[in-house]
Ligand binder design. Structure first.
Ligand code: PMP
Length: 354
């Protein structure tokens, strides 16, 4: 009898699929989503726009109108090219596909976003992980030494880093950029909640690609990621992009959302304030260590993460248990910042769960 395992690549067979927990009936604080959603009047207006979208036609293959709007909204330098993806997940895939010469390597600080490593496997790039320091700062000497040894085709840095929260020191990222032999992807998925960005250098620096997403800003459902880099990179990456990767509904919804960007900016501001309140509340609990965050989540180490995770879930709150995901994440839990009420529920429920 034919078995898929006789044909599927062994390294794919050895993987587990990206895990998404069932959040039915729970307060969902596991996936860094914006908890607010669109106000009702904007929902109605968006509905009218989507109703007249030309669904019988393929989308604009280049997303020209949307790129122009993104440039304006997010101050993408005129010297940079722009690439659109079905989420930034797809942009990671495109980068790996384009760079996967035989023997090429992908280097990342770890723990970081799991899709860097998974895409290395998908594309047959050799993966090199360089551990962060115990406080989740970059280990710059180790990064530079690994880069000199392995000569990676691409380095991925999440700025700020998921799942840890801190933003690396800018000077260290610049030192990596200065010494990297190939492409450096600065993944700014959490830029709406962060105090620094390298976007102004995209287009100027020959090895920098700044990658972003609308997901964390409040549009995870539409799946839109974008990248900015010198046209010499974007033009090549564009060749591996499926021609209609950003669908008509996404293009219309993103254009609409960017017209109303102030609404999302206001929500991000509130989430930053709530992040501070959540972090402070967690830090005040006996046995809990909180790590500084410039993203819309807070990482905390608790005495017994699996027990705490299960007890919070029983109390109706779903967060992310990272215990076991990486040696540096022993007994760590990640709390996405929710609405003020949701965060209050976390703070009032947690002491009994520790
Ligand atoms: N980069 C980082 C650092 C992330 O945390 C995530 C989502 N968790 C992504 C990229 C992917 O985001 P999306 O595909 O929704 O754009």
């Amino acid at each position: 009898m034919t078995s898929a395992l006789d044909y599927v690549r062994p390294e794919i067979a050895a993987l587990s699929a990206y895990h998404v927990a069932d959040a039915t009936g729970l307060i969902k604080l596991d996936a860094m989503e914006n908890p607010f959603g669109l106000p009702p009047d904007l929902q109605a207006e968006l509905g009218r726009r989507l109703a007249v979208a030309a669904l019988n036609r393929y989308p604009d293959p280049h997303g020209g109108g949307l790129k122009a709007r993104l440039r304006e909204a997010f101050a993408i330098p005129a010297t940079a090219g722009v690439l659109l993806g079905n989420g930034s997940d797809e942009i990671i895939t495109l980068i790996c596909q384009a760079l996967a010469r035989p023997g090429a390597k992908l280097l990342a600080a770890e723990p970081s976003f799991v899709m860097y490593r998974m895409n290395a496997v998908f594309s047959r790039l050799d993966y090199v992980g360089v551990p962060l320091r115990p406080d989740f700062a970059l280990d710059l000497p180790a990064m530079l030494a690994a880069m000199a040894l392995h000569q990676p085709a691409v380095v991925f840095l999440s700025y700020p880093n998921n799942p840890t929260g801190p933003r690396y020191a800018r000077a260290e990222v610049e030192a990596i950029l200065a010494q990297a032999p190939g492409l450096v992807v600065v993944d700014e998925a959490y830029t709406a909640f962060a105090d620094d960005s390298l976007m102004a250098l995209a287009g100027e620096h020959p090895r920098l690609l700044v990658m972003r997403t609308l997901s964390k800003l409040g549009l995870a459902g539409i799946r839109l990621g974008y990248a900015a880099a010198q046209p010499q990179w974007i033009d090549q990456l564009d060749k591996v992009r499926p021609p209609y990767n950003v669908n008509v509904l996404t293009q219309v919804a993103a254009m609409f959302a960017l017209e109303h960007k102030a609404v999302f900016d206001q929500q991000a501001l509130l989430l930053r304030q709530e992040r501070a309140r959540l972090a402070e509340g967690l830090a005040g609990m006996a046995g809990v260590t909180v790590f500084p965050s410039e993203a819309n989540f807070v990482l905390a180490r608790v005495p017994d993460a699996p027990r705490c995770f299960a007890a919070l879930k029983a109390a109706g709150i779903l967060i992310k248990n990272l215990h076991g995901a990486h040696p540096l994440l022993q007994h760590c839990l990640r709390f996405t910042v929710g609405t003020p009420d949701e965060n209050s529920r976390v703070l009032s429920s947690l002491p009994a769960c520790l």
